[in-house]
Design a binder for this molecule. Structure first.
Ligand SMILES: CC(C)(COP(=O)(O)OP(=O)(O)OC[C@H]1O[C@@H](n2cnc3c(N)ncnc32)[C@H](O)[C@@H]1OP(=O)(O)O)[C@@H](O)C(=O)NCCC(=O)NCCS
Length: 173
């Protein structure tokens, strides 16, 4: 297996992603067609892990978001302004050829560390993500993400408090 680089912002001049295949066509398509567009419009930043040749093997898109206080989990809403500042992990995908090697976890850990930095500089109460499906929800739960509505077993909207991130990162070490 080729050596992989640390997470870095997608660089259209050096990275290549035409062959990226995570097994989910929508997520492949987003990287090909919309990652650059979102960056140019300042609507999402895409972080990637690439191999030594710049071939993207995993990506995560992130953007600032705001949670409607009335629909936020109690622990998020308590004492918070409306809306509540948060970081959206909009998309995450790992190329099938590199699955189950810890790369997805490493990229999420990088985004979580970014949330901690943002929180210090501008306030960010939680990281939120919508799991692709109920199976992937279990993957997020491993990292400490919980459902917005803990009583709803079909709930795919998940959050992790920024104050809980350090514990998650420590567990990953
Ligand atoms: C989901 C995805 C990002 C995971 O990335 P990955 O790099 O393969 O995952 P990692 O190697 O970091 O994690 C694997 C670990 O998660 C565990 N795991 C995998 N699926 C799990 C699940 N549903 N529930 C609990 N644990 C799970 C594995 O057992 C493994 O644990 P171990 O390290 O103790 O052996 C990747 O499979 C992917 O891109 N899938 C297609 C797109 C997608 O679903 N994206 C998520 C959008 S919300």
């Amino acid at each position: 297996m080729t050596e992989l680089r640390r997470p870095a912002l997608l660089d259209p001049r050096h990275d290549t992603w035409e062959q990226f295949d995570c097994g989910e066509p929508i997520l492949n398509e987003w990287l090909r067609r919309y990652a650059g567009q979102n960056r140019r419009r300042d609507t999402a930043a895409t972080w990637v892990i690439a191999d030594a040749n710049g071939l993207v093997v995993a990506y995560a898109s992130v953007a600032m978001t705001a949670l409607d206080r009335s629909s936020a989990p109690g622990v998020v809403a308590k004492g918070a302004p409306d809306p509540v500042p948060a970081l959206l992990l909009g998309r995450l995908a790992v190329d099938r050829r590199y699955a189950k090697l810890g790369i997805g976890t490493a990229l999420v850990a990088h985004v979580l560390a970014t949330a901690v930095e943002l929180n210090e500089k501008a306030a960010c109460c939680a990281v939120v993500v919508t799991a692709l499906n109920p199976i992937v929800r279990g993957w997020w739960a491993r990292l400490g993400f919980r459902a917005f509505d803990s009583d709803d077993p079909d709930q795919l909207d998940l959050y992790l408090l920024t104050s809980e991130i350090e514990a998650t990162l420590r567990r990953g070490r």
